[in-house]
Design a protein around this ligand. Sequence first.
Ligand SMILES: [Zn+2]
Length: 278
Amino acid sequence: MKIFGVLCGNFKVDGGAMFGVVPKAIWSKRYPCDENNLCNITTRNLLIDTGERKILVDTGIGTRISAEFLKFQYPNGNDTLMGSLHTLGYSPKQITDVVFTHLHWDHCGGALVNDFNGNPQLQFPNAQMWVSKQQWEWAINPNIRESAAYPQNLILPLNNFGRLNLIDSSFFLTPEIELRLHRGHTVGLLVPVINHNGRMIVYAGDLIPVAANIPPIYLSAYDIYPLDAIAEKEAILEEVVKNNGVIIFQHDIRIEAVTVELTPKGYKVREELAIEKL
Ligand SMILES: [Zn+2]
């Protein structure tokens, strides 16, 4: 098995939204922000090549989201989904599976691409797509708090091709890749837990977006059920420490992956790692 980070460009998020109730005087020492209080974060999707299957987890922002929407997201950087896959030596047709951790715009936008007539087509025509049933239902009928994060033009057409698989409980996509169902960030969030040559690797997604979110109360204000998110984070951190596992970050612009230790002051990064060395 080989694992790659697939960088799909950066965007900016208000630091207060990134760290919730944690004061800026504290979080700004752990993650930089600009003069407008914005933190630049990346979209680091995951490609897992098992030999037989080439599994892409999340698809980044893509090209179909409106310029009006993006005006407030400050996209930046030169990385794109197609460019990064090409650099890694993969073509879209080789991808066998696309897993959506969830359907917020920055996770699902790259799965579709417009054809010459402006109609959405599959970016990965040979892939089966996977998302939790709970998240699908949540996303197509969004609550008022999350509705901006679910542009319906990115989501509804995913179901037009007979390739969308809805999972209603934690699920092994392959014997080594478990998709665990969560709900703190959003209902039906899937967190991939990978057995990579005997080592536990957690692709934390929006459960722990950047390394500075490791302390369980350093929650993003986007999390819809904060106490559940804290409990889910504590459980996964405990398991990672016990198994000497690795956490890969989807949104940390600098830190790809870490090991974690439990100190008297709580959970801390033990070692920063590069995904290609895992
Ligand atoms: Zn999200």
